[in-house]
Design a protein around this ligand. Structure first.
Ligand SMILES: [Zn+2]
Ligand SMILES: [Zn+2]
Length: 384
């Protein structure tokens, strides 16, 4: 039986209008050979990286390379469009741009985050569209921020808290969250050493890095914790990507002021976004506990299975097991995450989950073992 194509590759085939992987590969090779990056653009991926399509590598290197490349193409389109049609002043949630594939969605996220860097000359898109207040919040300059808002009338303050800026159409609450990453400029692999020196020069010595304090103040003043940007991301989604060292503080503050942990974007739940971005950062896994205790749930069954897969592949056994509770399999579907076969053969030990074959049960045992033990104990307590 032919193996089903990875959904990511199906997306690529559609994006590049190809009918086979071979055709896709030669098309990409051609694009790669002809592509000449312009100053400030993302460096295109190396064709070598996508040579071997690997179905277990769903969110791996190949996907990231593709995303980066797609971002570069999209960035060029957007820059052109924005030069012709600069964003108009707005105080409302923008109409959500519906992406045609999850690659385009990822690319848009990357683009919004990486290219729309306020005030940078490497930022073609956002340059000229952000206010001074946005910069104060972005760089965590609480004194300047406070000075600015103190002067506003009650009515102007209300308006200011809703104002949308830049290509992503973000409200003020997003600024300190996105800005927190400036303290990690070294990690921004798309910037050259010269880029980094230039950016540091631009904000020389004035950064207070008090983003969390600004965030709290904005929420206290009445900023909407569930405002969303042009692709439907709320401040919680941004916290998963940019808050770095203060992510837990940002998440707990947002939740305290009413941020919805079950908001979902076109493709994913908040829970997935965090599991995805925190998979390799064990020091931050307590945020997953925080979300779960606030009743965060997957968007749908596919999202739930992606979360399980992600945690089993990349996270710890403890968290893989924990997430299974929030992401259960369908009734009578084999308990092994990557298996979709229906079965009525229950696990003999706990009588709680089903497996299609002893082989699946064996492969899944390390993840099921703790739950199996728990269920057995519950059962014997109940019958005692
Ligand atoms: Zn199975
Ligand atoms: Zn069991």
């Amino acid at each position: 039986m032919a193996r089903a194509l990875d959904p990511v590759i199906v997306d690529w085939l559609k994006l590049f209008n190809c009918s086979s992987c071979e055709e896709l590969y030669s098309k990409l090779e051609q694009i790669h050979a002809e592509h000449k990056p312009v100053e400030g653009e993302h460096v295109p991926f190396s064709i070598h990286d996508i040579k071997h399509f690997n179905t277990s590598d769903r969110k791996g290197t190949t996907f990231n390379c593709m995303k980066i490349y797609w971002s570069a193409i999209k960035a060029a389109e957007l820059i052109k469009d924005l030069r012709e049609n600069p964003p108009k002043e707005s105080f409302e949630n923008p109409v959500v741009h519906q992406c045609s594939s999850d690659i385009e969605y990822s690319a848009m996220s990357t683009l919004i985050a990486d290219v729309d860097l306020p005030g940078s000359k490497y930022n073609f898109v956002g340059h000229g569209y952000y206010s001074d207040l946005f910069f104060h919040m972005f760089f965590g300059n609480y004194s300047d921020f406070n000075e600015h808002i103190k002067k506003l009338s009650e009515q102007d303050l209300k308006k200011t808290l809703k104002k949308r800026e830049g290509y992503p159409q973000v409200s003020p609450l997003f600024a300190p969250i996105i800005g927190r990453r400036m303290i990690h400029i070294e990690r921004m692999s798309w910037l050259t050493e010269q880029n980094k020196r230039d950016i540091r020069m631009m904000y020389n010595g004035r950064n207070e890095n008090k983003q969390v304090k600004i965030l709290e103040k904005l929420l206290k003043l009445g900023a909407d914790p569930n405002a969303h940007d042009i692709i439907g991301n709320t401040p919680l989604c941004y916290a998963a990507l940019f808050a770095y060292d203060v992510a837990e503080k940002v998440v707990s503050t947002l939740l305290r002021y009413g941020a919805n942990p079950n908001h979902s974007t076109q493709y994913n739940s908040i829970l997935f976004i965090f599991c995805n971005s925190l998979a390799s950062r064990p020091d931050q896994w307590s945020i997953i506990d925080l979300l779960l205790s606030n009743n965060a749930k997957p968007k749908d069954y596919e999202d739930a299975m992606c979360i399980r897969f992600l945690m089993e592949e990349k996270s710890s056994l403890e968290y893989a097991v924990k997430l299974r509770e929030a992401c259960p399999k369908k009734k009578n579907e084999c308990e092994r995450t990557v298996c979709a076969v229906s079965s009525v053969k229950k696990c003999g030990a706990c009588d709680f989950v089903v497996y299609c074959t002893p082989a699946c049960q064996k492969l899944d045992w390390k993840f099921h073992k703790p739950t199996c033990k728990k269920k057995r104990e519950e059962k014997s307590k109940n019958s005692a």
